[in-house]
Design a protein around this ligand. Sequence first.
Ligand code: 26V
Length: 812
Amino acid sequence: MQPYTADGLKDEIARRLQVDKGQKLEEASPKDVYYALASIVHGEIMPSWNKTQQKYKDKKAKQVYYLSMEFLIGSLIKSNLLNCGMLNQTIEALRKMGFHPEEIFAQEQDAALGNGGLGRLAACFLDSLSSLDYPGHGHGIRYRYGLFEQRIIHGNQVELPDYWLKDAYPWENRKEEEAILIHFRGEVHMFKKNDGSLEFKHENTDKVMAVPYDIPVVGYQNSTVNTLRLWSAEPYFPPEENEGQEDDFYHDLEHQHSIEQITGFLYPDDSNIEGKELRLKQQYFLVSSSIQNIIRQFKENYQLPLSRLPEKVVIQINDTHPSLGIPEMMRVLMDEENLSWDAAWKVTTGAFAYTNHTTLSEALETWPVEMTEGLLPRIYMIIHEINERFCRDLWFNHKEKREEIPQLAVIADGRVHMARLAIVGSFSVNGVARIHTEILKNQEMSGFYSLYPKKFNNKTNGITHRRWLLQANPGLAGLITDVIGPNWIRRPKQLISLMKYTKDRPLLEKFASAKQQNKQALANFIHQRTGIAVDPHSIFDVQIKRLHEYKRQLLNIFHVIYLYNELKDNPQLDVVPRTFIFGAKAAPSYYLAKEIIKLINTVASIVNYDKDVKDKLKVIFLENYNVSLAEKIIPAADISEQISTASKEASGTGNMKMMMNGALTIGTMDGANIEIHDLVGDDNMFIFGLSAEQVMDYYRHGGYSATDIYNTDDRVKRILDQLKLGEFGSQEIEFKDIYYNILSHNDPYFVLKDFEPYMEAHEIVERTYRDTYSWLQKSVTNIAYSGKFSSDHTIQQYATGIWNLKQFKEKE
Ligand code: 26V
């Protein structure tokens, strides 16, 4: 990519404004400047993009396709500038032009095509694939509406549609000529062929066009540009010769609308399977377009028989959502490419690998047989056959498993079990953190683990340190480079060299000052957004993630209420001032989650204006938590709240992001917290609460009584009674549902059980914070060890452990 100087860029922006819009620089709005800039960057990317794809073709490289219903990519302008090596010059150029660079960058709407962890992980993986020169592409859906925009009105969450495509999206290229035809419904007819084998014809189908939109995925200053291909549903207009009988039908507006609905919006519920037919349609739409596209590209580029596809193609499915890709590949290979069942099965199971992201039973996907069969008759036949053959194999070849067949069968109780389909049809099954994989092997999927022990493996999640440190926290990143040199940017594990400096007081001061600047910037942002002045020298105690009962935002707000009660009883109490910062979206239909949001906001509205607590306590709920907001909050965090009920959080990735930015974790032994603990130990984080074993033991054998704790711990009783009596709210009934949910359901997430140890851990946090020097040592230690959680490391593990993929190093 051609190096631009700041002045060169400035001239080029002015020139584009003139040529494209007939505008003088003085007349240009921030949006105009953003578009001119994005178009320059896109122009820089294009040649490398073409070259990269041509090289993959010429060298017949093996490629990985990451199939995901979600890619939570956020904003691309800064990361593209950074990866093209243009960020610093751009910042300088924009300043010279009299603009605030951040104001220009903020013109881009976040692409919020994901719910949370699973979608953001997919985006981090794409970044690492390109930055490490791996031939790897994402396939997903171009939802016209992303995750809803959250507003807080009178403390309540209100959802607004996220029409992110209102202004043109400068990073996408529509590829109409590569559109693919998708078939729904219809009938399947069987014919006997001359050789006695059966032929299946799927006829009278509803046809939909899948049109790809390609987004470049730019590697970090390495000229590698991979592709994120997002499919959009459009009506199919049959070629002229068939026109006539179907004419009215296909031009019917309502019909067109229902087709466009397929990629209309992202389902915002990541806690419960709703079982809506439209969601199943979306899933098949994604996999059918992706699989047909993969097979077409394989045939065009490799000139090999399809039996050899697994040598050149591997398909990683992000949770079970794309698992219909397995029967879809069987369909294409058998019905369109004339492979036998056995040959097709060998290819399919040689190509697919499955990642599990949750053990929560509410989130495990199953689809009713009638719905699947009605919408996808041929696919259902294939799933049925997969199930028959699998069950027969169990019955005859694994006699010890006969009793377990109902728990293992792909079709059981009138439903298709997607995780079982994914396990049976893949050569690899992985969890996303060590403890999660162990729970899969020994509990949730133990029946399959004993059958296929070699399929199961762990790949602990990671995050891209380029976006989450280099780009989001330039102050800290610059300081690190000053101290250990720039090599950590390409080799993040080299952050470990920082350990040599943990006793260097003057240097620790510099780390403190970098953090302080970020806290000041966040305090300013909070003031501008909410009108509330927070003390930038208070402890910034941060919990940012989707709202779920198992993530226990409730435990956090109970701690706040406890502190508030203490301060009300004794306003002179000597406490370190704290600012509690929350960001969380609740699924629109998740009643209790929304009640918890209301509780946090209600507590905030009382605490923030109470003269008794003065500046000792502030509670901030930042609305519409998304990737861009995360980039502002994370660099400013002192404390990272990772307090899920042990065994419930598969991995977590916010824990890694905050660690990398020097926050100390208060957390349970759950998900990747355990691996953070392996590295930094008890001295450098605050671990508390029940272990996963203890939690699972209570679930199995009982022995826990929430009421006992309510009756014996005065602090707990006081808080719960305050909720019941409406002391945090205008009406008496306000938070009764939270009260009853805990006491009459025996506190399923052990909030009361972990309350006391959580309070104690927070006391230690406070004591530690008072010793600035010691706190800074711990903070730097966390940064130093965080390189292990770069998604570069994770992708290396996938590439060598699952994909058998080579880094594509040949450069001209
Ligand atoms: C489920 C559903 C159900 C219905 C419709 C939409 C939808 C979307 C997503 C999900 C599954 C959510 C699973 C998930 O996000 N798991 C998170 O994955 C992260 C990345 O591996 C991990 O760090 C988190 O611990 C885990 O909760």
